[in-house]
Write a new protein. Structure first.
Length: 262
């Protein structure tokens, strides 16, 4: 598969998942399609307000970036635009002119779905059942924050993922008890694996790898020909995906324009 076309398919799947996430701040604010990508505003000062895949289908003009900044920065917060290695060079030139800086690096992984090995003894992976959303959201927060939930508001990020129409949420269980979480969605034959989370007390038991394998099987059953995920470099998540047979499709940068006055 052509590498640039693969990148375009992956970025479309990522944008679609963000676009479908039901966040209150999105009301009345449709996404903006620009040069093969999308800018998506998800609410006041929201971390997930971002432009993805821009420049994968041609040049990006100063006016295009003006429009993205008007949407993403409407509350006075940061403007985040992802810069793929396959984006048209006009995007990087325009971001440099506006003094964008690198906020973070990401590696985008892919493989074809196929048969996968069974999980370790005592480990099972299954989809979320109705009524388990708060348990899922609590594990998701614990995994990313490093501590259990202490306030109701801390469940909202995970609950939004369970309510996203295109998402299927999974539990990794040890002896039947939920101990890890993951998400998968499918867009035009691309299965996007995301939301991997195992709280600190349960790490080192192969739960993330079991979650990856279960979602690969899910993707294969639905006829997907691409499975993809993103990680930061040199992380435990990267090692898990490599162990599961994923290879790096391309790197990308999260570029950020600081809020006015900072």
């Amino acid at each position: 598969m052509d590498a640039r076309y693969l990148a375009w398919r992956i970025e479309q799947a990522q944008a679609e998942q963000v676009d479908q996430t039901p966040l209150p701040g999105r009301t009345g604010r449709p996404s903006l399609h620009v040069a093969g990508g999308r800018a998506i505003y998800t609410g006041p000062r929201a971390l997930f307000s971002i432009a993805l895949g821009v420049g994968l289908d041609g040049a990006v003009s100063a006016t295009d970036v003006d429009r993205m900044e008007a949407l993403l920065g409407q509350d006075g917060g940061l403007v985040r635009i992802e810069l793929s290695s396959f984006a048209d060079p006009s995007l990087s030139r325009e971001l440099a002119r506006r003094r964008y800086t690198v906020e973070s690096f990401q590696l985008v992984w892919w493989r074809q779905p196929a048969e996968v090995p069974p999980p370790p003894p005592g480990v099972t992976v299954r989809p979320l059942h109705a009524g388990e959303e708060r348990t899922w959201a609590g594990l998701f927060f614990h995994a990313y924050a490093g501590r259990p939930v202490a306030a109701e508001v801390e469940l909202l990020g995970g609950l939004n993922l369970t309510r996203t129409p295109c998402n299927t949420c999974f539990f990794a269980c040890v002896d039947g008890a939920p101990r890890g979480v993951g998400v998968v969605s499918a867009t035009e034959g691309v299965a996007l694996l995301s939301g991997d989370g195992v709280p600190p007390p349960y790490r080192g038991r192969g739960l993330q790898l079991a979650l990856i394998h279960a979602r690969l099987a899910w993707a294969a059953e639905r006829g997907c020909d691409v499975a993809t995920a993103s990680t930061e470099p040199s992380t435990a998540s990267q090692r898990s995906y490599e162990k599961a047979g994923f290879r790096c499709a391309y790197p990308k940068l999260v570029m950020v324009r600081p809020a006015p006055g900072t």
